[in-house]
Write a protein that binds this ligand. Structure first.
Ligand code: MSP
Length: 531
């Protein structure tokens, strides 16, 4: 998703999926939301005005049945689970700007206005819907895709239900050519390329109209044209991305929603809901005469110890327990560094503890710690003046080359590439200290040599902390503080920190004479415990 051609003055709107509230948040929802938060923080660091949208998808049969099972009203159930999401997002340091809930009255108004536009285009008609419905997916399935007990591929333990209803349909078929032209003209619209190919192949087989309403399902938004039916949960949920854009206190109209934050720059979703976002959603928008999002990125799925995660397998991971045990920085770092976001990735607690300890506690934390100690010992606690440094200086040359690589990596959602580049600089810093041995230089009275080594290492750590701040904002802020900077890197708004951080993306910002703090561990080692 290279959006570098878009000027920094343009706003940047990014969304997570709106999560179902049938259950407490699981590790998969935490994974997507952390990824979106990393992108949002990176864009804020670039100085862009960012809106990170997340929220909950609260209608539909699945939620209604879950609430019934818990002997609660659907609304009380939704309120409770939505609060659980918000509380987890806080613990994970997610800086969301809007949390949209599809049961909010303002969302219902946006849905009604949007429905009317599509209706006026003649894109909604009544028809007969027959087919197998998976309540867990909230989706009709092709019979050929079901197993012998009519379970779908995602929920083989559940049986799809036969439906035969008069519903309202959306004329998706009318948009086949327009969509194909759009994909063709916007090769970056669906990322990564493997997902784009999946969608192109699906669309080339021919698009069929889909049902956008249900009968006998009270837990939904009434169809404006027929109050006996409610809207299909996906039609309603996708529109949550628009409702979220209305400024608080403004009347919920499409005009108000679309006047600043539209079009959305990035929908970050899992591969399971790609079709809804890359086919149905743009077709709905085309019908309503709205411009389309710039990019839909479908990431892979997390497995646990190499196996698919699921309740039936009894190997789900509770994100809350993980955060409480190891802290949010560790989890954020692992997801960013260890997982290729375009593919499926594995969570292994052993690997998690190893990676985080090796990179953050040992390489990064120790480098800062040992260097600061030497600054106190040999330079009276002030950043030393290295004098003029040759461009070929091993750390300066690495540090100077870092920024363009990192920016390209974050833009491409290659978080692992971004972390690896920083770690390469950090490791080079450790090797540089070992090979130049400033303690010997000091003994030999080579104060200029000491200054050169300590300055270049501290500057490498500073630059590394700056570029890791979208991933590990607290640790980066702690490093900055120890380097004597009053501002943290965890501020909710780019506007507040940006002026203080002008130029900090470049090598050579650390100013000689700045007083550094006494070092304290920025990252405590994790201990492996049985899950
Ligand atoms: N409510 C719909 C989305 C509507 S968007 C307008 C929905 N919700 S969901 O709660 O089921 O969340 C699905 C999302 O959770 C996936 O797309 C993905 O982002 C995330 N994940 C769920 N399980 C996952 C893994 N095992 N691994 C990684 N992410 C996964 O679908």
């Amino acid at each position: 998703m290279d959006q570098r051609s878009i000027p920094n003055s343009a706003p940047f709107t990014i969304t997570t999926p709106l999560y179902y509230v049938n259950d407490l948040p699981h590790i998969g929802s935490a994974y997507t939301t952390i990824g979106a938060d990393i992108v949002a923080r990176f864009q804020r660091l670039r100085g862009r005005e960012v809106l990170l949208v997340t929220g909950t998808d609260e209608h539909g049969q699945k939620i209604q049945r879950t609430a019934e099972g818990r002997h609660q009203t659907p609304q009380a159930h939704c309120d409770q689970i939505a609060a659980g999401y918000q509380s987890l997002w806080e613990k994970l340091d997610i800086q969301w700007d809007r949390f949209v809930r599809t049961t909010s009255p303002s969302h219902a108004q946006i849905v009604a206005e949007f429905f009317q536009r599509v209706w006026d285009q003649g894109d909604i008609y009544q028809g007969r819907q027959q087919g197998w419905y998976c309540v867990a997916c909230e989706e009709f399935k092709e019979e050929k895709d079901l197993d012998e007990s009519h379970g779908c591929a995602i929920h083989p333990n559940l049986t799809c239900e036969w439906r035969d209803e008069i519903n309202y349909f959306f004329r998706l078929s009318r948009y086949q050519t327009k969509l194909e032209a759009w994909y063709d003209e916007h090769p970056d619209f669906i990322q990564p390329v493997s997902r784009r190919n999946e969608v192109l192949s699906f669309v080339s087989q021919g698009l069929e109209d889909f049902s956008i309403s249900r009968v006998d399902l009270p837990w939904g938004i009434p169809v404006p044209a027929d109050l006996d039916q409610t809207l299909y949960v996906w039609f309603d949920a996708l529109l949550g991305y628009i409702s979220a854009l209305v400024e608080p206190g403004q009347p919920p109209t499409l005009d108000n929603a679309l006047n600043h934050w539209w079009p959305i720059n990035l929908h970050l979703i899992g591969k399971d809901i790609l079709r809804f976002h890359a086919v149905y959603w743009p077709a709905m928008l085309l019908s309503a005469g709205l411009s389309l999002p710039r990019c839909v990125f479908g990431h892979g799925f997390l497995t646990k110890d190499g196996r698919k995660m699921g309740k039936s397998l009894g190997n789900t991971l509770d994100p809350l327990a993980l955060v409480e045990r190891h802290g949010s920085e560790a989890l954020r770092y692992y997801f960013a560094k260890e997982i290729d976001w375009g593919r499926d990735g594995d969570f292994s607690e052993t690997r998690f503890v190893q990676i985080v300890n090796a990179d953050l506690a040992n390489d990064l934390g120790n480098l800062l710690n040992r260097t600061l100690k030497m600054v106190h010992k040999y330079c009276a606690g002030a950043v030393p003046d290295p004098g003029a440094l040759a461009d070929t200086h091993p750390l300066k040359s690495l540090g100077t080359a870092l920024t363009p690589d990192i920016e390209a990596a974050y833009e491409a959602l290659d978080f692992s590439g971004a972390c690896t580049s920083v770690l390469n600089l950090v490791r080079a810093g450790n090797q540089f200290i070992d090979s130049r041995a400033p303690w010997s230089l000091y003994k030999q009275g080579d104060q200029a040599g000491v200054a050169e080594v300590l300055y270049t290492v501290l500057e490498s750590v500073r630059l590394g902390a700056y570029w890791l701040s979208p991933v590990i904002p607290r640790t980066s802020s702690d490093i900055y503080r120890q380097l004597g900077y009053p501002m943290g890197l965890n501020s909710p708004s780019g506007a507040q920190v940006r002026p203080l951080l002008a130029g900090h993306e470049s090598w050579g910002i650390l100013d000689p004479g700045r007083l550094v703090l006494e070092p304290y561990p920025v990252f405590c080692r994790l201990e492996l415990q049985s899950a």
